[in-house]
Ligand binder design. Structure first.
Ligand code: NAD
Ligand code: UFG
Length: 339
């Protein structure tokens, strides 16, 4: 298949490229490098041993998009490009609605003009909001609690209406739980700008000596040990889910939202212990009050992914921590370490 990948230089995009290239799909990446480095794509090419096209540009630039679609004529799109910080979205919601919602609508319009009717979209477990029951299945009510989550919710709704209006079109909305880890080569991985806001990148940077200690946000939740519980999913498994989803969209029409997780939760304390075992490094931490907007537990029901995509997570928390550590110790400052 000819697949256009928006945001392909990013964390999840770069790992997904490896899967797509491994399955011999023809790929073109669009990225404006607002939150990534071209070096990630250099390394993907090296690892895959095969090439793909790269067009530097912004999905908000409709002229640019039109040229890319005219020249490449993609049969499907995997849409990663977007902003992803919950905190920034609270500070500047209009930027988030513009980049994520308007940017996506411009992309969909261009797809329609060029008769490209298949899409896999990066959604998030954050669309569910506070849990009425666990694990979350895809029928759980949607009630995101921050502007970032609402951009994902609105884009899902736009895609649903769009697919309903276009016979034969197909969309898979992948609701990621908590993606972590890195490719086992240690050549590509998560490279956040500034101080990480997510747990695993923060812990990795403590281990490598870039940060002093972890602050544990809340030890009084109603969980096994009082700390927040999440369904961490290895980025390699997540990348495989994209391959399964794009192939599903080739065979099927209509719109499906599908959770991507393991169905198992780990608390913050359990994750610290797993990382210590994987790295051999002690992770100093200090408990502090809960972080605003956080929930106690988030765990995916993974039945639908198994049933529709024939996909199941294979890698466990130890492997997530080992590969995250392998990436961090080989690239202590991310992609700039070696550029
Ligand atoms: P990332 O920031 O590493 O990757 C996003 C990529 O898109 C970057 O390379 C960035 O430069 C590019 N980009 C951003 N805006 C663009 C624009 N207007 N035009 C062109 N390129 C643009 O993020 P990621 O972790 O790989 O996440 C990918 C997608 O998955 C995002 O949409 C994110 O919201 C979603 N998601 C991520 C997580 C997570 O925890 N990482 C969880 C749920 C959903
Ligand atoms: N945590 C800490 N200290 C930190 C960072 C996190 O104790 O420095 C705790 C949090 O309180 C939470 C757990 O670690 O209990 C996981 O937090 P993350 O920030 O890693 O992940 P979240 O579940 O809060 O959110 C992430 C992404 C969202 C996405 C969501 C679901 O940041 O964008 O997963 O996919 F929507």
């Amino acid at each position: 298949m000819k697949i256009l990948v928006t945001g392909g230089a990013g964390y999840i995009g770069s790992h997904t490229l490896l899967q797509l290239l491994g399955a011999r799909h023809e790929v073109l990446v669009i990225d404006n490098y607002s939150n990534s480095s071209p070096e990630a794509l250099v390394r993907v090419k090296k690892l895959a041993g095969s090439g793909f096209k790269i067009c530097e540009g912004d999905i908000l630039d409709t002229c640019f998009l039109n040229t890319v679609f005219t020249e490449f004529q993609p049969e499907a799109v995997i849409h990663f490009a977007g902003l992803k910080s919950v905190g920034d979205s609270n500070r500047d919601p209009l930027e988030y609605y513009t980049r994520n919602v308007s940017g996506s609508i411009g992309l969909f319009r261009c797809m329609q003009q060029h008769n490209c009717s298949r899409i896999v979209f990066s959604s998030s477990a954050t669309v569910y909001g506070e849990a009425n029951y666990l694990p979350y299945d895809e029928a759980h009510s949607l009630s995101p609690t921050n502007p970032y989550g609402r951009t994902k919710f609105f884009i899902e709704e736009v895609i649903r209406d769009w697919v309903r209006s276009w016979d034969g079109s197909s969309a898979v909305l992948l609701r990621y739980f908590n993606p972590v880890g890195a490719d086992s080569s240690g050549l590509i991985g998560e490279d956040p700008t500034g101080t990480p806001s997510n747990l695993l990148p923060f812990v990795s940077q403590v281990a490598v000596g870039r940060l002093d200690k972890l602050i544990v946000f809340g030890d009084d939740y109603n969980t096994r040990d009082g700390s927040g519980e999440r369904d961490y999913i290895h980025v390699e498994d997540l990348a495989r889910a994209h391959l399964a989803a794009i192939e599903y969209s080739w065979e099927n029409s209509g719109c499906e939202a599908i959770n991507v997780g393991t169905g198992r939760g780990a608390t913050v304390f359990e994750t610290i212990e797993a990382f210590e075992r994987a790295s051999g490094c002690k992770i100093p931490f200090q408990c502090a009050p809960r972080r605003a907007g956080d929930i106690a537990s988030s765990i995916a029901s993974v039945r639908k992914a198994e049933q529709l995509l024939g996909w199941k997570a294979k890698l466990n928390l130890e492997q997530m921590c080992q590969t995250a550590w392998n990436w961090q110790k080989n690239n202590p400052y991310g992609y700039v370490s070696t550029v």
